[in-house]
Design a binder for this molecule. Structure first.
Ligand SMILES: C[S@@+](CC[C@H](N)C(=O)[O-])C[C@H]1O[C@@H](n2cnc3c(N)ncnc32)[C@H](O)[C@@H]1O
Length: 244
């Protein structure tokens, strides 16, 4: 664990002036299905349009899970569920994690984010429809604002797993995110799998608040890479009323 004296890093990648209005296409080859997924990034449009480290970790774990489920940290969640598991992603950003989940697990994934992010989710979902579909998956997308009960109600509850990557960063979003997780998980059998890279000490407050309502355990810890001092951690959240 990091100590109190740990360096706190700015989570927001700096946008280089020459990237203004530029769109980047990034390709990811998935070994397990021998297919390439291509994602459009729009770096000048803000953090929802960039690729975050925890997303890359979850993409690798999903690919490895398909190759070798026996040794996969995700098996703890996926092997006990409805097959194929119905998945909803919160704060999808570019949508890469949900798209890869749909392709590697051969399942339906609903990508969600703030309303202004949905057009890029739609673009990326459509750009990869063939790779996903040929592996038995499908991707849908919707607006889902954390803390808005009506958005959760609109989307319905036909999911087995909720996933997210790099969604704990601004402290004013802790409560709305926990509220959405409460609405989705409490009194249901739905499990939340979250990839997170710790950057700031204040994030311990999110986990403290979350542990009031959920059992939280660690499924996997990545080795630090790209000069980072910490690796991405994959957490599992289960609603307390389900277990007790
Ligand atoms: C740091 S980005 C991570 C994006 C993506 N999951 C990834 O790992 O590449 C956080 C995401 O949460 C979304 N988000 C922030 N506040 C939100 C809210 N109140 N409701 C829904 N999504 C939100 C952002 O739009 C953004 O896409």
């Amino acid at each position: 664990m990091m100590s109190d004296s740990d360096e706190e890093t700015n989570p927001f990648p700096t946008v280089q002036p020459n990237l203004t209005n530029q769109e980047l296409l990034q390709t990811h080859f998935l070994h397990s299905i021998q297919s390439t997924v291509t994602i459009r990034l729009l770096p000048s449009q803000g953090l929802s349009f960039q690729l975050w480290p925890a997303a890359t970790s979850l993409v690798t774990l999903l690919d490895n899970h398909r190759l070798n489920p026996t040794n996969s940290p995700l098996s703890t969640v996926l092997s006990t569920l409805h097959t194929p598991p119905r998945i909803l992603e919160l704060g999808s950003g570019t949508g890469i994690v949900g798209i890869v989940a749909a392709a590697t697990l051969g399942t339906n994934v609903t990508l969600t984010d703030l309303p202004h992010v949905v057009p890029n989710l739609k673009f990326n979902a459509e750009a990869n429809a063939e790779a996903v579909g040929s592996n038995g998956g499908s991707v849908t997308f919707a607006s889902l604002r954390w803390g808005h009960a009506a958005d959760v109600e609109m989307i319905g509850g036909e999911f087995d797993v909720v996933i997210a990557s790099d969604v704990v960063y601004h402290d004013h979003l802790y409560e709305p995110l926990i509220e959405t997780l409460r609405l989705m998980l409490i009194k249901k059998e739905i499990v939340f799998v979250m990839a997170h890279m710790k950057r700031w000490k204040k994030e311990s407050l999110f986990f403290k608040k979350a542990r009031k309502y959920f059992f939280v355990d660690v499924l996997h810890v990545d080795a630090p890479c790209n000069g980072s001092r910490v690796g991405v951690i994959i957490y599992r959240f289960v609603g307390k009323k389900v277990v007790s």
